[in-house]
Design a binder for this molecule. Structure first.
Ligand code: PMV
Length: 320
């Protein structure tokens, strides 16, 4: 009754921001993401006799704050009448800092929980279950370029392009490692209720998705870069115009955006994207990865960089 799964975080190029059903955690818009290769979360789920008292350790330390969400995820996958669980989650990158650690953690938890309980689900079913815990987690059940669509009252996921067909690189510039001030669920609801730009954001999303999907089909880096940066800045404009305003950036985040602009002006194939945190993710062609990494690590305020390619879907690595 024990299983271990590994999942990589994914970075949205066309973002999900806002929910159409908070109780079922259904996103208000579709999204397109890339699953990463070198950042990962490994989750073990051990089911044992007894019906109460789940336990969670995160990077080797007992964690009470994430436990309710993990227990809820286990209920969704296995059912509420289940044995108690001992869950351990280990990530090789900063968690709760806008690096999509919840995506990899809940994708791996869903997969490990199903296997530990002896349940077999198709990948699309697992993705829907993971999506109930964290909207972006659904996408980590797939590798490479992934589209999440809203279909009826559910989500549907498709692999748009595999890792080898367009092996882009991502340089993550870490500018701050503390947990974020406002979690994404709460922040999305503040945006929905108060941002004057929220309705335009929702209206324009299908057009951005179409442009990005076509750019990926054609391997058109420039077109993907333009729509991804535009979509990211629109999402942050929605947040900035919310009440209270939500600004996840710091000075180094803006410094990194300027660095990316300078790289673009010098002919580099690179673009940035930023999630609900102060880190910059610079997406580039493999031939430009060294120059992008050097420029970002030299940008004032950048603490560390991590370089990664695109990676595979979440997978089971052990079951006993
Ligand atoms: O899945 P959540 O609740 O962590 O929300 C993810 C929100 C963004 O990272 C900002 C955008 C996205 O599509 O991943």
């Amino acid at each position: 009754m024990q299983a271990t799964a590994i999942a990589q975080p994914n970075i949205a190029l066309i973002k999900y921001w806002g929910k159409r059903d908070v109780d079922r955690n259904l996103p208000a818009v579709g999204s397109i993401s890339i699953t990463l290769s070198d950042l990962h979360t490994t989750v073990s789920v051990e089911l044992e006799a007894g019906s109460t008292g789940d336990q969670l350790s995160v990077n080797g330390v007992e964690n009470q704050s994430m436990l309710p969400r993990i227990s809820h995820c286990l209920n969704t996958v296995i059912g509420e009448k289940r044995p108690r669980a001992r869950v351990s989650s280990d990530s090789n990158f900063p968690i709760a800092a806008g690096l999509a650690s919840s995506a990899s953690a809940f994708a791996a938890t869903t997969l490990a929980a199903a296997a530990a309980a002896g349940l077999s689900f198709r990948t699309d079913q697992l993705a829907r279950l993971a999506g109930q815990a964290s909207g972006s987690a659904a996408r980590s059940l797939y590798g490479g370029f992934v589209e999440l669509k809203n279909v009826g009252d559910a989500i549907d996921l498709t692999g748009l392009c595999d890792v080898d067909s367009w092996p882009l690189q991502v340089v993550v510039a870490i500018t701050e490692t503390g947990p974020k001030a406002t979690g994404s669920t709460q922040a999305m609801e503040i945006s929905r209720k108060t941002s004057p730009f929220y309705s335009s954001w929702i209206e324009q999303q299908d057009r951005d998705l179409d442009i990005a999907r076509t750019a990926i089909e054609r391997r058109d880096f420039e077109q993907l870069a333009a729509v991804a940066e535009h979509n990211c800045l629109k999402m942050h404009s929605v947040m900035w115009a919310s009440r209270p305003p939500m600004v996840y950036w710091n000075c180094a985040t803006i410094g990194c955006m300027q660095t990316v602009r300078q790289l673009q002006a010098s002919g580099c194939n690179v673009f940035f994207t930023i999630d609900a945190g102060p880190q910059i993710k610079a997406v580039c062609l493999p031939r430009d990865v060294d120059v992008v990494s050097e420029a970002l690590i030299e940008t004032p305020g950048v603490q560390e960089i991590m370089t990664t390619g695109l990676g595979p879907a979440a997978r089971l690595i052990d079951k006993t």
